[in-house]
Design a protein around this ligand. Structure first.
Ligand code: CP
Length: 312
């Protein structure tokens, strides 16, 4: 595996900053990292002496743990910021928090925050590269990269694939980053959900198709991705009840038959089983939901390696 200067010191705020060729380069690097993850001895010394901080100010299981595992597999030191037991809970600002952490010698920040634009602020305060692990409803670029990697690994070239993303489009940062990445690589993406959870600008801004009818949206899809119903972000009563949502949009054996026979089933997690997806589909042979999580470690290793100029 070789490193390349164009990634050195670069932040990952969202995928619009990255060209199709650069995204493919990251996927190739992640493929190499996955091979390391499959070895009996999974650790390599490439980032020895570097310090990576996971600055998570919103809850997470997958993203946080896979950033920390990725850093550890590359032999970096990891500082894990716990918002609820930090001075942030005593009223310290994000700016002073970053100044404090930075004084201890951080080389790279991986951040999650409920406010869009927080990763850019951390970069401004620290001058260090920042990887966005999810900022409000805005972006989740590493989730998109691992999703695209998972599809590429199974189906090869992304160009021309029919990908259908179903669910709470309005509140999803995952769908926004995925649309940018998938469209750059030439996929035909359809988003599907209730009108009240569908922003009016989707076609114009992202170049995707919009469908409100699940059966039509799933027709001939190569890939079907369910999204979590983001109950914590819904304050406006945008649909009558969860039962109503499930009746029209759940991914089940019954609804999935409109997609291609062996269509990949994906979900970024965490899942609301029984609401947006039934276990019969989430745990089926077609599902790659668990593999998505495994691939998240490889993709985050690749980014850390490229940004910090790891040596092999
Ligand atoms: N997909 C995702 O971002 O999951 P977590 O919230 O568990 O990190």
């Amino acid at each position: 595996m070789t490193n390349t200067p164009q990634f050195l010191g670069r932040s990952v705020f969202d995928l619009d900053d990255y060209s199709a060729a650069e995204i493919m380069y990251i996927l190739e690097a992640a493929k190499g990292m996955k091979e390391i993850n499959l070895r009996e001895y999974k650790k390599i010394p490439t980032l020895r002496g570097k310090t990576i901080c996971t600055l998570f100010i919103e809850n997470s299981t997958r993203t946080r743990m896979s950033f920390e595992l990725a850093a550890s597999r590359l032999s970096a030191d990891v500082v894990s910021f716990q918002a609820n037991i930090s001075a942030l809970s005593k009223g310290e600002s994000l700016q002073d928090t970053v100044y404090t952490l930075d004084a201890m010698g951080i080389d790279l920040y991986c951040i999650r925050h409920s406010s869009p634009g927080s990763p850019q602020l951390v970069h401004k305060y620290s001058g260090k590269p920042v990887i966005n692990g999810g900022d409000g409803r805005h972006a989740h670029p590493t989730q998109a990269l691992l999703d695209i990697f998972s599809i590429w690994e199974k189906l090869g070239d992304i160009r021309g694939l029919k990908i259908t993303i179903v669910g709470d489009i309005l509140n999803s940062r995952v769908v926004r980053s995925n649309l940018i990445g998938m469209r750059k690589l030439g996929a035909e993406v359809t988003v599907c959900g209730p009108r009240t959870l569908m922003p009016s600008y989707m076609e114009e801004v992202y170049g995707c198709k919009v469908q409100y009818d699940l059966q039509t949206a799933l027709q001939d899809a190569d890939v079907v991705m369910g999204l979590r119903m983001q109950l914590e972000r819904q304050t406006e009563g945008l649909f009558p009840s969860l039962e109503e949502y499930t009746k029209h949009y759940v991914l089940s054996k019954h609804t999935i038959r409109y997609a291609k026979k062996d269509a990949l089933i994906m979900h970024p997690g965490p899942m609301n089983r029984g609401i947006e997806i039934l276990p019969e589909i989430a745990d089926s042979q077609q599902s790659i939901i668990v593999e998505q999580v495994a691939n998240g470690v490889a993709v985050r290793m690749a980014l850390m390696f490229l940004i910090l100029g790891g040596k092999v």
